[in-house]
Design a protein around this ligand. Structure first.
Ligand SMILES: *Cc1c(COP(=O)(O)O)cnc(C)c1O
Ligand code: SF4
Length: 342
């Protein structure tokens, strides 16, 4: 089980003579800092949307009210490294590293803190659990970033999963096209395409992240026949406005990535300064639906605390009187619709 190497930029090089240099460095002793050269190159200025996502903020340490693991992922873990919350699908945490440690990460409690890659015994136990659970049809590789594992390790995991008859779908959740697009090599794509149906959900949060290199990485994956989805996290000061989200969603479609989810930020300790209200999220969705191609409209979901699962939210609920529904159109008009009576 081996990680790839990935060139990183030192925090000092980014901070220069920033007035809060020592406070910012102190944060990285609790919540690790890591920044790839390619993601650093997207920073245009201090406090821009890319900077905010990757440079530590002293407010991370002030947020002590919230829990490190509000989704109870640890207690929903039948064996280490596996989260089994829904009957038919599991999440496998195959890596605890990433090219960039995003400051808002839902797994802030663990990313960059576990030293070694998943050890062989842990992996074996997780695979055995999946083999012995006939209800599991869908396995999501997550972490950390699964593509931090080298090709050989990934090949081993994917081969083992493909040998399990009841696992029909394999998904990889990765931010690599954004954080270290060089990782998406022709060799990697050639290997992945042997394991279809394989889906990749990537993670773009801002139109500035859709760089030429990111776009080439997504093209390679799409050319390998891998359907690409995107999960965006709603982040205050980064993408919590309609114009930014519209631009992001349209850019994603132009690189063959289909928006899948907009996530309300989880209530994870150390991330409170990124939190937006649900009303803000609904405003964003209201600004998408009907105004842009339906292909560009993801589901807006809250992953409920306590591991209760994801719930999708809609901006305008229909009002019902008997069999008559009053629905709100994208322009805000109320329209009456007569339903059939069953
Ligand atoms: C999000 C998630 C999944 C996958 O959910 P989908 O809605 O099918 O994408 C599976 N397991 C856990 C624990 C999750 O958090
Ligand atoms: S790439 Fe994903 S797992 Fe890694 S720090 Fe960012 S959000 Fe967390």
């Amino acid at each position: 089980m081996k990680y790839i190497s990935c060139e990183s930029v030192a925090l000092d090089a980014i901070l220069g003579d920033h007035p809060l240099k020592s406070e910012i460095s102190a944060v990285s002793r609790t919540y690790p800092f890591r920044l790839s050269a390619s993601y650093a190159a997207l920073i245009k200025e201090c406090q821009d949307p890319v900077w905010r996502q990757c440079v530590p903020d002293p407010r991370e340490l002030e947020d002590v009210e919230q829990q490190p693991d509000p989704l109870h992922e640890a207690s929903l873990s039948p064996v280490p490294g596996l989260i089994h919350r829904y009957p038919d699908r599991v999440v496998m945490l195959v890596s605890s590293r990433c090219p960039v440690y995003c400051r808002f990460c839902m797994r802030k409690r663990m990313v960059g803190l576990q030293e070694s890659a998943l050890d062989a015994n842990t992996l074996e136990a997780a695979l055995e659990y999946i083999e012995n659970s006939a209800a599991i049809r869908d396995v999501v590789l997550s972490g950390g970033d699964p593509l931090m594992l080298d090709d050989e390790t990934l090949h081993y995991i994917l081969s083992r999963l493909r040998k399990i008859g009841h696992v029909s779908l394999i998904r990889i959740g990765t931010r690599m096209p954004v954080t270290h697009p060089e990782r998406i090599t022709p060799q990697l794509c050639g290997m992945l395409k042997q394991f279809h149906p394989l889906y990749i959900n990537t993670h773009f949060n801002h139109p500035e992240e859709v760089s030429d290199a990111a776009s080439r990485a997504c093209s390679r994956l799409a050319d390998a026949g891998i359907p690409l989805g995107n999960q965006t996290v709603l982040l205050k000061g980064v993408n919590d406005d309609v114009d930014t989200m519209r631009a992001l969603m349209m850019k994603l479609l132009s690189i063959r990535v289909r928006p899948y989810y907009i996530h309300q930020l989880d209530l994870v300790r150390g991330t409170a300064h990124f939190r937006t209200s649900v009303e803000k999220g609904l405003e964003v969705v209201r600004g998408l639906r009907g105004h842009v191609s339906g292909m560009a409209v993801p589901h807006y979901v809250i992953d409920l605390p306590g591991g209760k699962g994801k719930v999708a939210l809609l901006p305008d609920q229909p009002e019902r009187e008997g069999n008559v529904l009053t629905l709100t159109t994208y322009t805000g008009e109320k329209v009456v619709y007569a339903d059939v009576v069953d």
